[in-house]
Structures are given as structure tokens and as C-alpha cells.
Design a protein around this ligand. Structure first.
Ligand SMILES: *Cc1c(COP(=O)(O)O)cnc(C)c1O
Length: 375
């Protein structure tokens, strides 16, 4: 089926590749990149994004959140490393090993099961150890207990502890003290393992987008950029002078209905908007069922014929309305830009995140299955 004109996203893979080049130029030349493509590459389409990025030699691998995401990348032709950032369930170990996907590990009760699964398949499974240095989510503690965990891993014949990593909770803030403390705890633990166990992890990593932009000393063997690959900002507190983020995704629809209403006419559910004057109202066939936030009701904007026009009334599941009274020559089937640029105006995902009181990460991840993607 053709992609419907109802609502579709254009994803510019050249821009994504350019963003990667910029990221690479900001890190030291021998720092590799594991591109984070969880949640369908933040809504951009993991298959297309990874197949493009796999060609870059400094892209050493990809990070996903689940085994299912990893398997679908392998099935689409990805041969580079795939690391699962979240928990992998023991009943999936054999599948994980067969697909040559790298789990992270942090639960002692998993070591034996993982070793057994690898042994059964006559393989050695590479793992990355997750260390909790201050995120409070998953990971071993960076102390004697953590040390004994690493020792057990080293003793498991069919497990190879290839990597060690941690994750920053507050690298996207202006005040870097919490992140710097995490970095120190992480480095101390790596040194402790070296001193006490004589083991140096070959692949150490901790940097997400925010810290790639602002904490260069955190770029170790590899970095794990996510949101900046897609040209979106990790937070409004993160700015780097020479990094021009280029959004890769834009979102379009078209006007399906136009009507003039008299002053006093209510628009959409709840009548939360009432026309103050005679108004030309356009209907756009997109709604929160597509991931377009309902909280943009009476707050959001779109572009029509190069003009910024306000959303009036509530955003419904599949449709919403715009006041297009001031758009010269507006007509049925006109293109509506929901995210992107038109002439000198633009609406960015970052901006919509603020307007809708949501998170820019969330907006792109939530773009639904009903939204076609054009590359
Ligand atoms: C999601 C995630 C990232 C990427 O984060 P961004 O802020 O998008 O760069 C990196 N590491 C881990 C562990 C993650 O969960």
C-alpha cells in the first residue's frame, strides 16, 4: 500500500549520517560509537537508520533495549555488535547467543544460567557488565560486592566480560557535579578490578548524548549517543558551541476540510474553544492516536502555506482543527507541516515538547504505527 497523505514522517538519512560525523568529530579518533537505536530508533525507523549507519567504520555497534529489537536488526542485515541495555531474561539466553547479541549483566543469579546456555551451544558469550554509579536503576554496586560479581563472571568458562558501562542520571544539567561524581566512581571501580583481579575490560563506556556534548573526559572506548543522532537536544541546559543539531524527522499532513464559522461557534470536544470572530477552520486528520499529543489542544501550532497557525479546540484521537483565517489562498488538500520547516518558519520537536509539556524524546518515540515513514 502507498504511504497515505493523511500523516507521514520524512526521515532524512543523510542528516542522520551527518549528525554521526559531527559526533565522531567531537570525540577522540579512537573512540568508537555504539549508536542507540532503541524504541525503533527513537521513532525514526531502526532498520533504515542502522543499515545506513553500519557503513560508517567508526560506528562499532548498536544499542537496543530488548532482545526482540536486537533480533529484528539482525534479521534486517545488521552484522555489527548489538548490545542490549536492559535486562535479558534467562529463557531468552539461547536465542540471544544464537543471534550473537550482547547482553548486559548485573544479577548474580543470571551468571550460571547464561554460562550453561553458552556451554550448551558450544559458544563463549560476550557480556557487558552494568555498574550503577548513581542512576539507581540497574547495575552492580561499585564496591567489594561488585568486585566479587566480576570475579564470578571471569570464572565462568563460557562467558567473556568484554565490556563495562554505567549511565549518567544528570549529565544533561548545567551543573555537572553529579555526573562528575559518577564518572569518578566508575573509573575507581575499573581500577579496582584491575588492581584486585588483574583484569582490564576492553570496552569501557558511559557517555550518552548530553555527556558527549559536554563531558569530553567521559568518552572512553566507545560512546552511546541516542537523541543527538536524530538531531534533537538532550535538554535545554545542554549547549555545545560547535554542534549544530540537525533534526532528521519532519511530519506532514493535509487539510481535509475547510469551513467558515460564525463568531460564537464552539470547536471540538468540550467546546473548549469558541470562535471570537468569524473564523476559517481547517480540519487535519491527525490525532493522539498517531502520537500527536492531546496536550497541544489550544496550544500547538502548524505551518500552512508558510504561515504559523494555531490549533483550536481539543486534539481528538484522529483529527484536530486549525484557525487558518489569515492564510492567504488556503485551500482543501493544502499541505500541513506538523514538524519541520516551511519558508523561513519552522516547528521543531524540541519546541513541541515544551508546548505540550511532554518530552521531546517521548514525542518521536510515540509517533505511532499509523504514521508512514518516507526515507
Ligand atoms: C537511552 C540510553 C542512552 C542514550 O541516551 P540519549 O540521552 O538519547 O543519548 C545511552 N545509554 C543508556 C544506558 C540508555 O538507556
Amino acid at each position: 500500500m502507498n504511504i497515505s497523505k493523511r500523516v507521514y514522517a520524512k526521515v532524512d538519512l543523510d542528516i542522520i549520517e551527518e549528525n554521526l560525523k559531527t559526533i565522531h568529530s567531537m570525540t577522540s579518533p579512537d573512540t568508537g560509537i555504539y549508536a542507540v537505536v532503541k524504541a525503533d530508533a527513537y521513532g525514526h525507523g531502526a532498520e533504515k537508520v542502522t543499515n545506513r549507519l553500519q557503513e560508517l567504520d567508526y560506528v562499532k555497534g548498536f544499542c537496543v533495549a530488548t532482545l526482540e529489537e536486537g533480533i529484528s536488526l539482525r534479521d534486517s542485515g545488521i552484522t555489527k555488535k548489538i548490545l542490549i541495555l536492559g535486562y535479558s531474561f534467562p529463557e531468552q539466553y539461547e536465542e540471544l547467543i544464537k543471534y550473537d547479541i550482547t547482553p548486559c549483566i548485573f544479577r548474580e543469579d543470571n551468571i550460571e544460567a547464561l554460562n550453561a546456555a553458552a556451554k550448551k551451544l558450544n559458544k563463549v558469550v560476550k557480556v557487558h557488565v552494568k555498574v550503577d554509579t548513581g542512576m539507581g536503576r540497574i547495575g552492580i554496586t561499585p564496591d567489594e560486592e561488585g568486585l566479587s560479581f566480576v570475579k564470578k563472571l571471569m570464572e565462568a568458562p563460557n562467558i567473556e566480560p568484554e565490556g563495562v558501562f554505567t549511565h549518567f542520571a544528570r549529565a544533561d544539567e548545567t551543573d555537572k557535579s553529579a555526573a562528575m561524581k559518577q564518572l569518578k566512581v566508575f573509573n575507581d571501580f575499573i581500577n579496582l578490578v584491575k588492581d584486585k583481579l588483574g583484569y582490564g575490560f576492553p570496552v569501557r563506556h558511559c557517555s550518552n548524548s548530553a555527556s558527549i556534548l559536554t563531558i569530553p573526559e567521559a568518552n572512553m572506548d566507545i560512546v552511546r549517543p541516542g537523541i543527538i543522532i536524530y538531531g534533537l537536544s538532550p535538554s535545554d541546559e545542554v549547549t555545545a558551541p560547535d554542534f549544530k543539531l540537525k533534526p532528521a524527522l519532519s511530519l506532514y499532513s493535509s487539510i481535509t476540510y475547510l469551513k467558515e464559522v460564525k463568531a460564537g461557534t464552539p470547536i471540538s470536544y468540550g467546546g473548549t474553544y469558541v470562535a471570537k470572530k468569524d473564523t476559517l477552520v481547517a480540519t487535519v486528520p491527525v490525532g493522539y492516536g498517531d502520537g500527536y499529543p492531546r496536550s497541544l489542544s489550544n496550544k500547538g501550532f502548524c505551518l500552512v502555506r508558510g504561515r504559523k497557525v494555531p490549533i483550536i479546540g481539543r486534539v481528538c484521537m484522529d483529527q484536530f482543527m486549525l484557525d487558518v483565517t489569515d492564510v492567504k489562498g488556503v485551500s482543501l488538500d493544502d499541505e500541513v507541516v506538523l514538524i519541520g520547516g516551511d519558508k523561513d518558519l519552522s516547528i521543531t520537536t524540541d519546541e513541541l515538547g515544551v508546548l505540550s509539556d511532554r518530552f521531546n524524546y517521548e514525542l518521536v518515540c510515540d509517533l505511532g504505527k499509523r504514521v508512514g515513514r518516507i526515507y
